[in-house]
Design a binder for this molecule. Sequence first.
Ligand code: ADP
Ligand code: MG
Length: 398
Amino acid sequence: MNIHEYQSKEVLRSYGVNVPAGKPAFSVDEAVAAAKELGTPVCVVKAQIHAGGRGKAGGVKVAKSLDEVKKYASEILGKVLVTHQTGPEGKKVGRLLIEAGSNIKKEYYLSFVVDRGSAKVVMMGSEEGGMDIEEVAAKTPEKIFKEYIDPAIGLAPFQAQRMAYNMNFPQEVIRKASTMMIQLYNAFVGEDCSLAEINPLVETAEGDVIALDAKLNFDDSALFRHPNIEAYRDETEEDPKELWAAREHLNYVNLGGDVACMVNGAGLAMATVDILKFHGGNPANFLDVGGDSEPEKIAKAFEIMLDGGQSKGIFVNIFGGINRCDNIANGILKAAEILAKEKGTDGMPVPVLVRLEGTKAQEGREILKSSPIKNVFMTPNMDEGAKKIVELVNQAKA
Ligand code: ADP
Ligand code: MG
């Protein structure tokens, strides 16, 4: 799960991390009131969206008076911001962060991620902050330093100090910088983060070290133990289909294409996405129905996949283990019934190709074969099935 910058800063502040004073604002009036309350000579008006690169896209503005705060707030609120992280459709700004302006001397980069290779949290730092770190990694990788953190020991002070020296912090602020690294690591572990990125981490002219931007991502599987983080969820930033699927306890990820797939098991679901791609298809989603095969749930999955006309065909790829192919077949029939009622279609509105293997596969196939339902086809195996559904979708588009 992703949260906004102002929320990340609230979390970090509770771990002692030095962040600028600031307040969120949902309207221009609130923005002006927040700036008045801050009372600093310089304020920064920052668009709050779940994406970075806002500065370059005009979503971060320095205001030197309340009039400027008003001007920038009205310009940015409601605007669709297109940054290199939003995709071409951009994201609409619904909230702002009004924060105290910092007197920046130098911008650094610092982040923490879980490194799968070493099964440790890795801290990465560079003195090339503020700009795209991807560019630094590509052009001057020697300027990015790493510290692998032993989970049993935590971030050792010597590692934090070594990083601060590697990042070329001046002597006077080494201690402040390394202390902040330890506070950030504590926040990362304490809140079950999957990513914490401070870009830029700044050194100010007054000799302070401040986290000027903050991006935190959280491990969804650990959210149950962080109701405080769950409460930060901003549904307007999330894919409506994914939210709907989550409410139905379905593991669904929208992939933007037009060949939908419904699979049991995450591994098979990924393999299915791969094989659709291999045959030239454009997967609409990843969907793992797991061990669940109650017809009502399968029907719900169909409704979600077909919603909004995104999917031009559906590949059902089931290897029955705990779930049963006869239940899946009944679910498909139930879905067709619901859709027929809702949309007045005769059978499935798009071609559905079904591969059933494993528990009660024969029974499942019989159920589908003996039903008069239209637009549902069987396939003997996964490869054939993927090829066929891509063909059918391409025909439908032609
Ligand atoms: P993004 O990464 O989405 O572009 P940032 O929060 O990093 O957004 O802001 C972009 C730039 O704006 C920063 O690199 C910094 O130079 C400037 N900036 C951001 N917040 C402040 C602040 N509170 N005071 C002064 N400058 C700021
Ligand atoms: Mg940034």
